[in-house]
Write a protein of this length. Structure first.
Lengths: 208, 287
């Protein structure tokens, strides 16, 4: 008893051949296994099958266990690409906040891939989708973020979307947004919250 | 803004505030006003290294760079990679006062309890764990306790197995432990007992590489302190998921005092013990 060394590595998992290079379609089947750990490992190992990301995205809403979902999102983040973006964008309309937030977080880590969809998302007829897109911009490292924010501040007709854009503008803190903030304040001059949010954004941007 | 005389960038109070909030959001590391000089000095170094004209230009570049390379360089500059025996001792107190008893309560006498220390660095942490268990956990002789320790750097692993330490490294050790487990060398360094070296299983592991981590399982307690702050968001999440799958249900993770699992992953629950707050893999649902 006491301290013991496992010099023969008996304490470590023996790596079975099946652990490596597992067949992609077999892994997709394992995503429906009743055992949570099996599903988590299948989601993780699918990283070696970038051609199956569409199927992985489709499986996300059916997965009930959050620990498995989290690994699925991590795999999608690692692989990236157009299939991941197109597979995740529909989740911005999901009623499930966990799915929606997971999609936003994953998409924000794929700036080059998601950039081509932002213009369309900011014109979406669904107000919530436009607000979630602004949430996404808050974490997106892309040179056009300021331009997109400016567009929402100057053009979006919905007060809640503009309020969300002001919040993100305050965080981004670029001088170039000051005229757009002013424009938003003027367009919603009768709304006290927009006035307050615009003041805050200006203060933060000007560093006072 | 630059000073006319020396052309050195200046960090204003507003810059410092803006940077502090940004850095906290990205890393969970909080700098108080007392760290102002430390932060300014390193920020100026990075502004100059990147060829930026001033803080504002540097900060915009930092926020919008796609690859996150400058953020990583900044994190490395802002964190001090130093370790020593009994560092962040309150977690070792928590280990012997709370976590080990809880783990043992789910195990029969004679069964194995497994602890994983990553990164091993030059061995101060896994050996501190070994000393704490031998000296402070009364039930050590009732169980087989294995200590695994890993690092991505093979040179530090070799150094850990040599077990030779500077006076600075052992300065925090109580004298009786120092005399019991170390021998002073002619050059003033201290050599750790071979029994302790032999009690730790060292291995090279990249925590971000699933093929390295998948062989670790049935771990009861993981110490992973002051490592994740060096990772980007995705690597942090992968590391958290690797730890989750390496742990037994109910197993614990100890992070560094400035790190927060809640900011990385929702897989773990928070456990507050009298000595420390740690993270736990749920007993059910995560098997």
């Amino acid at each position: 008893m006491g301290l013991k060394k496992t010099s023969d590595n008996v304490g470590l998992r023996k790596i079975a051949a099946r652990d490596y290079g597992r067949d992609g379609h077999g892994l997709l089947e394992q995503l429906q296994d009743p055992d949570v750990s099996t599903r988590r490992w299948a989601a993780r190992d699918l990283v070696q099958h970038p051609n199956l990301m569409r199927e992985l995205c489709e499986r996300l809403p059916q997965e009930p266990e959050l620990s498995v979902r989290e690994v699925m999102f991590t795999t999608l983040s690692q692989v990236g690409g157009a299939a991941v973006v197109s597979g995740l964008l529909p989740l911005l309309r999901s009623e499930d906040a966990n799915l929606r937030n997971g999609a936003i977080e994953t998409l924000s880590g794929l700036p080059d891939e998601v950039a081509g969809s932002i213009d369309g998302l900011l014109k979406d007829s669904d107000v919530d989708v436009r607000i979630f897109t602004l949430n996404l911009l808050g974490d997106l490292r892309h040179p056009r973020v300021v331009e997109w924010l400016g567009q929402a501040l100057r053009l979006d007709a919905h007060v809640n979307v503009v309020a969300a854009a002001l919040e993100v503008a305050a965080e981004v803190g670029s001088d170039a947004l000051l005229p757009a903030v002013k424009s938003a304040r003027a367009r919603f001059a009768s709304d006290p919250f927009i006035g307050f949010a615009a003041d805050l954004a200006e203060q933060r941007i000007q560093g006072s | 803004m630059k000073t006319a005389a020396l052309d050195t960038p200046v960090i204003t109070d507003a810059d410092f505030q803006k940077f502090r909030e940004f850095f906290y959001r990205k890393t969970g590391i909080q700098f108080d006003d007392g760290k102002r000089y430390f932060v300014d000095k390193r920020l100026i170094e990075r502004i100059e290294a990147t060829g930026s004209d001033n803080f504002r230009q540097y900060f915009v570049g930092l926020r919008f760079e796609t690859k996150g390379e400058e953020l990583q360089a900044l994190v490395n500059a802002m964190t001090v990679n130093e370790t020593y025996f009994f560092r962040e001792q309150y977690q070792f107190e928590c280990l012997v006062n709370s976590m080990m008893d809880e783990v043992a309560s789910r195990r029969k006498a004679g069964q194995r309890i497994r602890i994983w220390s990553i990164p091993s660095s030059t061995g101060e942490e896994p050996y501190s764990i070994a000393i704490y268990l031998l000296e402070r956990w009364p039930r050590i002789n009732d169980y087989d306790v294995e200590i695994l320790s890993s690092d991505i750097d093979t040179q530090v692993l070799q150094s850990a197995q040599r077990g030779l330490y500077t006076p600075r490294s052992i300065a925090n050790l109580p004298k009786p432990y120092l005399n019991k487990y170390f021998k002073e060398q002619k050059d003033g360094q201290w050599l750790i007992s071979r029994d302790l070296v032999d009690a730790v299983e060292f291995s090279r592991v990249n925590l971000s590489d699933v093929n390295d981590t998948r062989k670790f399982r049935d771990i009861d307690v993981i110490f992973c302190r002051n490592l994740l702050i060096y990772f980007d968001d995705l690597s942090r999440r992968m590391a958290a998921e690797a730890m989750f799958d390496a742990l037994r249900p109910g197993g614990f993770v100890c992070l560094g005092h400035s790190e927060s699992m809640s900011r990385i992953s929702s897989l773990f629950t928070v456990r507050r013990f009298p000595d420390a707050m740690v993270y736990q893999k749920p007993l059910e649902g995560g098997a």
